[in-house]
Each structure stands twice: as structure tokens, then as C-alpha cells.
Design a binder for this molecule. Structure first.
Ligand SMILES: [Zn+2]
Length: 110
């Protein structure tokens, strides 16, 4: 591991690179510099890759708290009860129950 990159914190890990990208977009829109590790997975289709290969969202240490709060707003705290899947009223995407807004267009359930 190199240590030259400064003080970085991992704020989110998720199996789906689309969700990691969605979180990256949200943080960037708030002016928070972030980057995604392991964005491009090489695994067999339909297979969940091992945890260490999941996309990870990293931010500077000083942005960790605010980033975590924004992520919690979008995906809910990690221990929140998982609701039912819902369909986005704007684009029709089926969204898993733990997400408060559509990962595709940012829409919210009606
Ligand atoms: Zn949508």
C-alpha cells in the first residue's frame, strides 16, 4: 500500500458499480472530491464478486462525516430495515427497498 495519497477514508462499499457511480455523482454535485476503487469488475455474470473486489467510494478524511451523511440520505443507514422494492415514478426503474431515491434518475417514490 502506498501512503502518498494523503488521508483518505472509505465511506461506502457496494457490489453494484452503478450504485457506487450514483454515490460518486451525488458527492461530486456537493463539491466533495471522491473516487471509486474497483469500479470495473471482472467476474462471471450473475456472480457476486468477493467483498474485497466490490466498488468502494473514497473521500478525503475531512469530508468523511458529510459524505457519510449524504450517503445515508440516499441509501439509508446500514442497519435500516429493508423495505419493499419500489418502482420509480419518473423512469420506471425497479429500485431495491433500501434506496430512498432512484439510482438512475434521482426520482423518489410517490
Ligand atoms: Zn428513475
Amino acid at each position: 500500500m502506498e501512503k502518498a495519497a494523503g488521508n483518505l477514508k472509505r465511506v461506502y462499499t457496494v457490489a453494484d458499480p452503478l450504485i457506487a457511480g450514483h454515490i460518486e455523482t451525488i458527492l461530486t454535485e456537493r463539491g466533495i472530491h471522491c473516487f471509486v476503487r474497483n469500479r470495473f469488475l471482472t467476474g462471471a455474470a450473475g456472480e457476486i464478486p468477493p467483498l474485497e473486489a466490490w466498488p468502494e467510494v473514497w473521500v478525503a478524511a475531512e469530508d468523511e462525516a458529510v459524505s457519510q451523511r449524504l450517503i445515508d440520505e440516499v441509501v439509508g443507514p446500514p442497519d435500516a430495515p429493508v423495505g419493499n422494492d419500489w418502482q420509480c415514478p419518473d423512469c420506471g426503474e425497479t429500485i431495491e427497498g433500501q434506496f430512498a431515491e432512484c439510482w438512475r434518475c434521482g426520482g423518489r417514490p410517490e
